[in-house]
Design a protein around this ligand. Structure first.
Ligand code: ADE
Ligand code: ZN
Length: 326
């Protein structure tokens, strides 16, 4: 219908996307074959059938295992290019993507191999598809502070190709305060900062990300709604939340999309945005996240336009690029 067409054509941003989470089962098997890696599943259907998650950790276990097929620069290029083509089909005009270098360096894949393949695809995506981009290095919070400093050390020669740092992986038991010194160092180096907080973890982790890590955005942040003072603070300071609706359902943060607080976040004056997180695992790219929310929550065109504008405001595109889309 008309609304679906209109929504498909609405210019969108994607600000919360793990490139390793765009690895479709078909590509995983193709790369496994290309690289002589054996997967613990007989075929694509058996692998897809295993995507039945009950929380964040049950997903992460599969996500890290799947990333094991990524070995060469070409693998990272092909992965990123496939994502950009999907994003382009959803009229995504700007992406800020995460990559998890520790997932690769721990397996002996050099930092620069992952970086070079991802960057080369992003540069091609800008030239051929008109998709602007930023690249964000995520530290794995289940690993130690020392491991985070080691990852930063490896990134130092390439900081001109990295726009910011983030914090992801298992949230419970790994509060932002664990990485206060690492993020202070990143700030000194001129890196913008974001962090996953308030996905499964409590509102207090969102406070910690703001106060101790000095983040520009909160990734997820849906549990901020449990703290009215925090909601007021986020609204007053216009600290965006990169919300991932289908992810939240797949990882059982909420039972159904009809229970998702996306509209409430808007009503409370928050800079909420719509993103796909790990679309190959959660059953939808950004376009499907928008359409599913529009349907389940019966969002108005005004609400959908607000979400799109929030994505522009929350992004790190330069002011001239922002002005193009407002
Ligand atoms: N890594 C990939 N996706 C993630 C998510 N939704 N939360 C935390 N870490 C992640
Ligand atoms: Zn995420």
């Amino acid at each position: 219908p008309a609304r679906a067409d209109w929504l498909r054509r609405l210019p969108k941003t994607e600000l919360h996307l793990h490139i390793e989470g765009t690895l479709e089962p078909e590509l995983m098997f193709a790369l496994a074959q290309r690289n002589g890696v054996t997967l613990p599943y007989p075929d694509v259907d058996a692998l897809r059938a295993a995507y039945d998650f009950h929380n964040l950790q049950s997903f992460l276990d599969l996500y890290y295992a799947g990333a094991g097929v990524l070995l060469t620069e070409a693998d990272f290029y092909d992965l990123t290019w496939a994502y950009l083509e999907r994003a382009h089909a959803d009229r995504v005009v700007h992406v800020e993507i995460f990559f998890d270098p520790q997932t690769h360096t721990e397996r002996g894949v050099p930092f620069e191999t992952a970086l070079a393949g991802i960057r080369r695809a992003l540069v091609d995506g800008e030239a051929k598809l008109g998709i602007g981009f930023r690249l964000i290095l995520c530290f794995l919070r289940h690993l130690s502070e020392d491991a985070g400093f080691a990852a930063l050390e490896q990134a130092l020669p390439y900081l001109d190709r990295i726009d910011g740092v983030g914090l992801d992986s298992s949230e419970h038991g790994h509060p932002p305060e664990k990485f206060e010194r690492l993020f202070a160092r990143c700030k000194q180096l001129g890196l913008a900062r974001v962090a996953h907080a308030g996905e499964e973890g409590p509102a207090d982790y969102v406070w910690q990300a703001i106060r101790l890590l000095d983040v520009a955005r909160i990734d997820h942040g849906v549990r901020a709604l449990e703290d009215d003072t925090l909601v007021a603070y986020l609204a007053e300071h216009r600290i965006p939340l990169t919300v991932c609706p289908l992810s939240n359902i797949k990882l059982r943060v909420f039972d159904t999309l009809a229970d998702h607080p996306l509209r409430t976040l808007l009503e409370r004056g928050l800079v909420a945005t719509v993103n796909s997180d790990d679309p190959a695992y959660f059953g939808g790219y950004v376009g499907e996240n928008w359409q599913a929310c529009a349907d389940a929550l019966d969002l108005t065109r005004a609400e959908l336009v607000q979400l799109a504008k929030n994505g522009i405001e929350a992004s790190w595109m330069d002011d001239a690029a922002k002005a193009r889309w407002y």
